[in-house]
Design a binder for this molecule. Structure first.
Ligand code: GLU
Length: 457
């Protein structure tokens, strides 16, 4: 059987790093098993879902390097969900309920006061045809609940019913169906909650592994029962731990916190984002993989811890830096061009500065320093200025290469008696305006003799 996974966000906002974790767990899992990856948009909520968000999600995935084998929209599959709902209804497994949220809340309180579990008491099962007509005549519309198979003969006498599976991430998992309320599958306005469409799709689309956040563990118990009720075989399941912000708050598409789009706009490398999205909260070392293939080689879904993991954007910059320091010119040529870094010096420039950058975009400031002049001039004392003037008078003749710096500073040391920091720092400041940065031996040939002389204070 071909391993088939899916990533199933609702297109109601931009995906964040936690959603990306789910996408990558699926992608890497499939990649390691020659599997297929389906991009499924859970857009049954027609009011909140938009094609623009779906497109943005696809764009975010492409940026990371995830190219789905198929793209599906739940909004195009209502007929399949209606057919499944009809089958459940005629089997008596999907039943209409008329309680308002207030009535349900009141019943819940009563059950709690009687030390009963606060689950739905299945009162609607006892409604007669007559009662239902009466309620509908009052203007009530039904919502529909799935009758969980947690009883022997009488649905009012539930008994412990364990649904167990070998979780791809968490190992042996068990949910007791008697601890749950019959889940609502269809709302009063006729719209579907995600529970049933997801099962219908996973079955129709041949999904072999459902990998998602551990906020779905309980749903899995329900959905395995639904697969059975529909006469289908349940796929394997895996539930990874969720990511939170550095201060421990949950991530939400609504707030836009740590959205993939924001991280991209912040100039971060896709592999820094991907590496941290996957490796945070696992027992593996958090290092930057250079490609998804490399990340896939290290990927072990079972290495995720069971508790939520804090995602610290500061770590992202650390990983980003290590990737940028090694990026070959070929890989950044176009991005540098967009920053205005072009021409015959571009490659040498990149190789000179990359080791000092947190982000590729930081190259723009160094390019201005090299081509236009030092950053906001350092204020030199008279003594420093005198020293610098003497030093600039000793600049060797061209042609210049990497050895020119050594030759020049050797001559300056000889003539002025300065050495170490006292020698290099004023030169660095005069040439760049910054106290630290790329090797001056590399920068000097890029400035050229004329460009260097122009910086004589
Ligand atoms: N749309 C659901 C969610 O984003 C999908 C859950 C699942 O993968 O089954 O939570």
């Amino acid at each position: 059987m071909t391993v088939t996974v899916r990533f199933a966000p609702s297109p109601t906002g931009n995906i964040h790093i936690g959603n990306l974790r789910t996408a990558l767990f699926n992608w890497l899992f499939a990649r390691n098993r020659n599997g297929r990856f389906i991009q499924r948009f859970d857009d049954t909520d027609l009011a909140r879902s938009t094609q623009a968000f779906a497109n943005q999600i696809l764009y975010d995935l492409h940026w990371i390097g995830i190219f789905p084998d198929a793209v599906e929209y739940q909004s195009k599959r209502f007929a399949a969900y209606d057919a499944a709902a009809e089958r459940l209804k005629s089997a008596g497994l999907l039943y209409p309920c008329y309680e308002t949220p207030e009535e349900l809340e009141l019943r819940r309180k009563v059950r709690l006061s009687r030390k009963l579990p606060p689950v739905y008491g299945r009162e609607a099962l006892d409604l007669t045809e007559e009662d239902r007509k009466q309620l509908e005549a009052e203007g009530r519309r039904p919502h529909w609940r799935f009758l969980l198979p947690n009883f022997a003969a009488d649905p009012h006498e539930t008994q412990r019913t364990e649904i167990s599976w070998n979780d791809v991430v968490r190992g042996e998992e068990t949910v007791d169906l008697a601890s749950l309320s019959d889940p609502v599958l269809i709302r009063e306005d006729g719209t579907y909650l995600y529970t049933l469409p997801s099962v219908v799709d996973d079955n129709d689309m041949g999904v072999s592994h459902v990998i998602r956040g551990d906020d779905h563990v309980t749903n899995t118990g329900v959905q395995i029962a639904l697969f059975k009720a529909l006469g289908a075989e349940a796929p394997a399941f895996g539930h990874h731990n969720l990511l939170t912000t550095a201060s421990g708050e949950g991530l939400s598409k609504r707030t836009g916190a740590l959205s993939v789009a924001n991280l991209r706009e912040d100039g971060l490398e896709p592999m820094a984002v991907a590496s941290l999205a996957v490796l945070t909260g696992t027992s593996g070392n958090v290092t930057a993989a250079r490609s998804l293939d490399e990340l896939a080689d290290e990927f072990d879904p079972a290495s995720s811890s069971r508790s939520a993991a804090k995602f610290d954007p500061a770590d992202l910059v650390i990983l980003n830096r290590t990737l940028v320091h090694e990026l070959p010119f070929e890989d950044v040529r176009d991005r540098l061009m967009a920053l205005g870094v072009k021409g015959e010096k571009a490659e040498a420039f990149w190789l000179a500065v990359r080791g000092n950058l947190d982000r590729v975009s930081d190259a723009a400031a160094w390019w201005r320093i090299v081509t236009e002049g030092p950053e906001a001039g350092a204020a030199f004392t008279d003594e420093e200025r005198q020293f610098l003037r003497a030093a600039f008078d000793l600049l060797p003749d061209e042609p210049w290469d990497r050895s020119t710096w050594k030759e020049w500073t050797g001559a300056v040391r000889e003539a002025t008696g300065r050495k170490g920091k006292a020698l290099f720092m004023p030169l660095r400041l005069a040439l760049t305006g910054r106290q630290s940065g790329p090797e001056l031996a590399d920068l000097l040939p890029l400035l050229g003799r004329e460009g260097t002389l122009a910086r004589r204070p």
